[in-house]
Design a protein around this ligand. Sequence first.
Ligand code: CTP
Length: 410
Amino acid sequence: MIAQTLDAKRILLVIGGGIAAYKCLDLIRRLRERGARVRVVMTKAATEFVTPLSVGALSNDRVFTELFDLDDEREIGHIRLARDADLIVVAPASADLLAKMATGLAPDLATAVLLAAAVPVLVAPAMNPKMWENPATRRNVALLRADGVGFVGPNAGEMAERGEAGVGRMAEPMEILAAIEARLTGARPLAGIRMLITAGPTHEPIDPVRYIANRSSGKQGYAIAAAAARAGAAVTLVSGPVTLPDPAGVAVVRVETAREMLAAALAALPADVAVMAAAVADWRVRAEAGEKIKKDGSGVVPSLAFVENPDILATIGHHASLRPGLVVGFAAETQDLIANATRKLEKKGADFIVANDVSPETGIMGGDRNTVRIVSRDGVEDWPDMGKDAVAERLVTAIAQRLGRAAHGA
Ligand code: CTP
């Protein structure tokens, strides 16, 4: 039995043109299963991808497509369509539709409804990565966000076009559903939870101009911080040097070295949950040179002596007084994934280890996707290959469940 989380909620779904339009059929089914009443407006382009007939069969209602349908306009005009809803969801939202929304153009029924909307609007963009990255789209997205329009996705991954990859895939129906539930029911499963997250690499100086680093991009830790904040947690993100923007609603503390990261992490305690996603350098140079190390012409190369860095996860996982109730670590391995992750669970005092294979051929380090296995004392759970944002959402759901704050079933 699926919980009626959206009981009697009225959703107006605007389906835009794009190959992802077919995913709306699944979305409509899931919305109705949860008790929502779904009415659908399709753009002309959308009807090229899915038929109003199949959409209508799933929504169990007639589907609205044209602005100047006199019968409709008399019976139920675009103003009423916009007003008779608790939430308007635009999926897929093409670059063109976002542009029209941002500038207030209304050449057809879908855009007229959106212009007349007095209720919250949530969009699920889907487009080619080049279109998503285009400065015009960036401007339109910024305008829409400033107007209070909510966004879910797009995600990173393969596009329908062969060989195209990047950010632009529409969020999965389950993710759109979760965003709708969060909007309409105020479901914030981590409300009141304090969370510490570490992310990114550390830089360990050799001299004033050189340092030792690793290939971590920080993307997974940042995605977890963003997802946790959306779920209502008060998040402190202690980040090594990365090029990512601060996630919305997250307190970011930027550090360089492992020792600085440890100090900042300890300063963020007490917390209810710690997620240690940083790729902390295991060693630092014993004696950092005060001046740039120069070639002296002798041909003798310098040798560096290392000392071990503090283990931030182990320090927090075994902390006598400040250990958070739930401690999540990561295990980046290139061999014996489960055996090594299980060892880390004990050694570091963690409750879960998110284990991933970071062999170069997986493209995980620095990439947008991740295939993880969750190792806990209850066993090993394999998650399918997904975007780092989707891994983050799912991890947040798992954390909420573990804290007895389960949001909703799948
Ligand atoms: N970690 C940490 N502090 C360190 C090293 C690692 O907090 N000095 C954390 C990482 O953030 C991650 C977990 O420990 O959550 C495991 O990191 P990983 O690099 O896989 O393990 P290591 O402890 O470095 O072990 P090894 O390099 O021997 O595999």
